[in-house]
Design a protein around this ligand. Sequence first.
Ligand code: ADE
Ligand code: ZN
Length: 345
Amino acid sequence: MISYPDYLQLLPKTELHCHFASTMSAQLFVELARKHGVTLPTEDPDVLFDFTDLRDFLVAFRYAHDVLRDPEDFERVAYEGVRSAVADGNLRYREYAVNPQYFFSRGLTYRQVIDPIVAGLRAAEADFGVGFGIVAAINRRESADSAIAMVEQVIAHAVPEVVAIGQDDLTPEDTEDPTRFAAAYELAARHGLKRTAHVAETPFATPDAVREALEVLGCERLDHGYRIVDDPAVVALARERDVVFTVTPVSTTICSRWTLDEGHRIRSMIDAGLRVAVSTDDAMFFRTDLGREYREGLAAMGVDAATAKQIALNGIDGAFCDEAQKARLRADFRAQFLALDALLA
Ligand code: ADE
Ligand code: ZN
C-alpha cells in the first residue's frame, strides 16, 4: 500500500513548462560557475535562491545563463536533468523553454546553444526513454525586431526537436505585453511552429493577456495564465478552445505570494473546467522538482486522485509532439495508473 503523497509522486508525468537553465542542479550550477570563473553572490542555496517576487527571481535567472558556455556544459545539464526528474517524479516526456537571446548576448550562436542541448537530451532519451521537444522562447526584455531575428534563426537552422516558440522574462517596463511580439508569432506560425506564451502569471498581470495570446498570437497552449479566473469571458474562450495551461504550483507561490491551498487560482482554474498540466518552471531556483509539484502542490490544493490522473493526461494532450508519440505515452500512463490505483491505501 502507498500513501496519497507517494501516489502523486509516483504517477507517470510529462513536463511541458521548464526552462532549460532551471533544470540544472544547484550543485552543478556552483561547479560550472567555478569552472568559468563566474562569481556568485554566495554558494549557499538558501541565500542564492531566496526571492521576493518574479522580478527579483528574473535577475538571478538571467545571470545563471552565464555558467553555460561549452558544449559539454549544455550536454551535461540536459542529460543529468532528465536523470534527476525520472528519479524525483517519474518523468516520461518533457518540453524545454530555451531562450537563445540570453546566449546571443554572451557571444554564442543559435546552433552553439541548441545542438549540444539536443545531443544531451537524445542521449538521455536513449538511456531513460524520455522523449522531448524544445520551445524557442522570445526574451521579452529585447525588442520586437530582435524576436523576429531569433525566430528567423529557428527557421533557417531547422532542428526537428525545436517544435514551437514561446515568450518569457518581462519587458523592460516589467510587463508581459504579449502582442508586442505578434509579428514574430505570425512568422513562426507560417513556418509550422506551435505557439505558447507566459501570460497572466502574477498579481501585476492582467486576464486580458490570455485573450491576446489566444486571439492575436494564436497560441495553442499557455504558460501560467492564473489571472484568467478574474474574467469569466476569457475563461469561456479558453474552454471553447480546449487550451492546456502549464501551471507550476510551488514556484508560482513564491513568485506571486498566492497561498497554496484549496483557494489557490490553479484549483479555481480546475473547478472552472479549464485544463491544466503541472510543471516545475524553475526547479533549481525554487528548490522544487516534478514529484514535489504533484506531491505537495496538488495535495495542498485538495486535488483528488481522479483529477491528478487527468492532469497527468492533460500533459500528454497539450504536448507539441506527434499523435503516435502521444498514443504511446497514453498507453504507458494508463498501465501505470492501474498499478498505482491498486496500491493506493
Ligand atoms: N523565465 C523563467 N521563469 C520565468 C517565469 N516564471 N516567468 C517569466 N519568465 C521566466
Ligand atoms: Zn516559465
